[in-house]
Write a protein that binds this ligand. Structure first.
Ligand code: ADP
Length: 476
């Protein structure tokens, strides 16, 4: 990978963007802190300068009142020489603004007497401060005008050299600190972002391996219960579910292939015999009947699969109306009565009281028929099948079909509602393995459920619980 491509890739990473944000916010905060610090320092220095100028004014004022203007003049000369003539200057002014006397002004000749400042002073009688910048000079000058006695104004100026120096030092410190802080912010930001995102990368790597074909892969969970762990857990749960579904689909397609194979093989066998054997018309008729029967079985299976899929698509697929479920069950028992008797079984129906239910008549009829058919099919004679309908207190209806048949093992009970699942002992009986999955799809579409209680060797009881008025929710 070329360097340019690598840099472009890094620029698009979340870690890069997080680092930028982190460094940006960090630098902005540092700048703000420096700015306020700068304001504070400059204001403190200016206050100190003003304070110093002000105490000079007081001193000069006392000298004037005690010793007169000549003494002030002498003191001004002495003080400017002592402090340095480039640091401080004094001008004694008449109230008119004319100069009475001054310290050596050769260095300060550019600074005159501001008429505006004198007027302001005379108006307010309060000392007037002014900051003057002189062309070609590095340092500004702080100037104070104050009345120090009757008819006498003092103009006092001080170079703000200290001020400028401190600001220069401050600027140096600021730039160095900012460079160091920026480097630090980038390194720390990058490190933190990488650390935070390492979990996301693990999830991505796992997802890549999965898309390459290994559905058993899982993201390692660090058990820190942080957001990354939550993501890993959710991702793993999703994978479990996908794996489960894929396995289910695989098993189902295996089952479909297996279950479709037998009738097709039989049809093919009949066809082969019809071509080779020297058969009579009667034999051909019986072969054609056999073919029709196998085709019907196949069609029945395919239709049932379609109905299950449609029913599982949700409550919107139902054609619901108000029906009497007890009446429906009684009718079903009447239909199966002769089959039960033929097999030597007793079929007892306890559904005397009429019970209303809002549901799809055809689907519920077929569901009840499947349960009855199973009970009669799998219960050996002599035995009995009991069917009952009862209304629960919670606006639900329970349809129960119990038999004294062979029962269903715990392992089989987990699978009997899956499509095409048939328990091993039942394989000798005719069937498609779709009856119970159809019953479950119908119960769920009505927002109800189907359960089984069974003791191997002690019979089975299937219970369908349906709400009397299914709410209009989608089947999940
Ligand atoms: P099938 O067409 O095989 O009856 P079902 O989906 O209706 O398909 O039932 C699935 C399996 O559950 C059956 O093959 C059978 O092994 C078992 N089963 C269903 N009902 C009973 C029952 N009343 N007694 C014992 N086993 C049952």
């Amino acid at each position: 990978m070329s360097l340019k491509k690598k840099i472009t890739d890094i620029r698009h990473t979340l870690a890069f963007r997080l680092t930028l944000w982190y460094a940006g916010i960090f630098m902005l905060s540092a700048c703000l802190a420096f700015f306020f610090f700068y304001l504070l320092i400059t204001s403190v220095i200016r206050q100190q300068t003003d304070q110093a100028l002000f105490s000079e004014v007081r001193a000069f004022s006392s000298i004037l009142s005690a010793q007169g203007p000549e003494a002030v003049k002498r003191q001004a000369l002495l003080e400017s020489q002592a402090a340095g003539e480039k640091k401080i200057f004094f001008r004694l002014l008449y109230i008119t603004g004319e100069v009475f006397s001054s310290s050596n002004m050769s260095y300060w000749r550019d600074i005159g007497v501001s008429r505006a400042a004198v007027n302001r002073l005379l108006d307010s009688r309060e000392p007037v401060f002014d900051t003057i910048s002189v062309a070609d000079r590095k340092h500004n000058v702080r100037v104070l005008y104050a009345v120090i006695g009757p008819g006498m104004i003092l103009q006092l100026g001080q170079s703000m050299e200290n001020h400028t120096r401190i600001i220069e030092v401050f600027r140096g410190v600021f730039i160095t600190t900012m460079v160091i802080l920026f480097a630090l912010a980038v390194v720390v930001g990058w490190f933190m972002a990488r650390r935070a995102l390492v979990g996301v990368e693990t999830v991505t790597r796992t997802a890549r391996r999965i898309s390459a074909g290994s559905l058993e892969e899982r993201v390692p969970v660090k058990k820190q219960a942080d957001e990354i762990d939550q993501l890993a857990l959710t991702f793993n749960q999703m994978l479990d579910r996908i794996e489960q579904l894929v396995t289910g689909i695989k098993e189902m397609s295996d089952n479909i292939a297996h279950d479709l194979k037998s009738p097709i093989t039989r049809i093919r066998g009949i066809a082969e015999v019809s071509m080779t054997a020297d058969a009579s018309l009667k034999d051909y008729e019986s072969m054609a009947a056999g073919t029709i029967e196998e085709c019907d079985r196949l069609l029945d299976m395919i239709n049932t699969m379609l109905v299950i899929s449609r029913t599982e698509a949700g409550v919107n697929q139902l054609e619901c109306r108000q029906l009497d479920i007890a009446h429906l069950v009684r009718d079903a028992c009447d239909i199966f009565q002769s089959a039960a008797e033929d097999k030597g079984l007793t079929l007892v129906c306890s559904a005397d009281r009429n019970i209303g239910l809002y549901g799809d008549l055809r689907l519920i009829q077929r569901m009840v028929a499947n349960l009855l058919d199973n009970a009669i099919k799998y219960t050996p004679a002599p035995g009995s099948v009991d069917v009952s309908v009862s209304a629960g207190a919670d606006q639900s209806v329970a349809i129960t079909v119990s038999d004294t048949g062979p029962g269903i093992s715990a392992r089989d009970r987990e699978h009997i509602f899956e499509r095409f699942y048939r328990c091993d002992p039942s394989r000798s009986q005719p069937g498609t393995g779709l009856g119970l999955s159809f019953a479950r799809a119908v119960a769920r579409a009505h927002n109800g459920k189907i359960t089984v209680a069974s003791v191997p060797g002690g019979g089975s009881t299937f219970t369908v619980t349906l709400p009397k008025n299914p709410p209009e929710v989608d089947f999940g």
